[in-house]
Design a protein around this ligand. Structure first.
Ligand code: AMP
Length: 171
């Protein structure tokens, strides 16, 4: 895992002063690094067997569809406002820098379906907590929340209490 960390570029003061940005593009372009990330997530969740892997826009869209394919699950996008064409459920949330909202199609998740939520970074947990609440609002069960990177010092997982959280890499 330390090898994988070497593939992640850390950019200080992006997008604003005080934020140390973990840039995964340097990991994605490395064929062994990319494979290790996908295999790590697949191995973690193959026994969970979710019905759906839900990706959070935008960087969750890089990982979630590939993990869904590997797990023989469906893929559902959770998007920024006003992107989805049909009826949506919506939630507003605060993040490490600024605030935003997320939407998902009402018919994307059926009551009782087991949903794995995937994103690149767990920081303050605001985004992931909002995604989990939205899944639960539609009657879905959050079978897991999986991240490539978790910033342990921000204690984001405390906002996800009661739900299984896992991350490939910890900082
Ligand atoms: P949060 O809601 O604070 O957990 O923020 C999570 C979202 O913001 C994730 O979707 C990340 O893509 C992004 N993010 C937050 N902090 C960072 C960071 N230090 N480096 C890279 N991405 C970040």
């Amino acid at each position: 895992m330390e090898n994988l960390k070497q593939l992640i570029r850390e950019v200080p003061d992006f997008p604003k002063p005080g934020i140390n940005f973990y840039d995964i593009t340097t990991l994605l372009k490395d064929r062994e690094g990319w494979r290790a990330v996908v295999e790590g997530m697949r191995n973690q969740y193959v026994s969970t067997g979710p019905d759906i892997v839900l990706g959070i826009e935008a960087r969750g869209f890089i990982f979630a569809p590939v993990v869904a394919y590997e797990l023989n699950a469906g893929f559902v996008p959770m998007r920024k406002p006003n992107k989805l064409p049909a009826e949506v459920e919506k939630i507003e949330y605060a993040l490490e820098y600024g605030s935003d909202s997320l939407e998902v199609h009402r018919d994307a998740i059926q009551p009782g379906q087991r949903v794995l939520i995937v994103d690149d970074v767990l920081a303050t947990g605001g985004t992931a907590a909002a995604a989990a609440l939205l899944v639960e609002k539609l009657g879905g069960e959050v079978a897991g929340l999986g991240f490539v990177i978790e910033l342990d010092f921000l204690k984001g997982r405390t906002r996800l209490e009661g739900r299984p959280v896992w991350s490939l890499l910890h900082y």
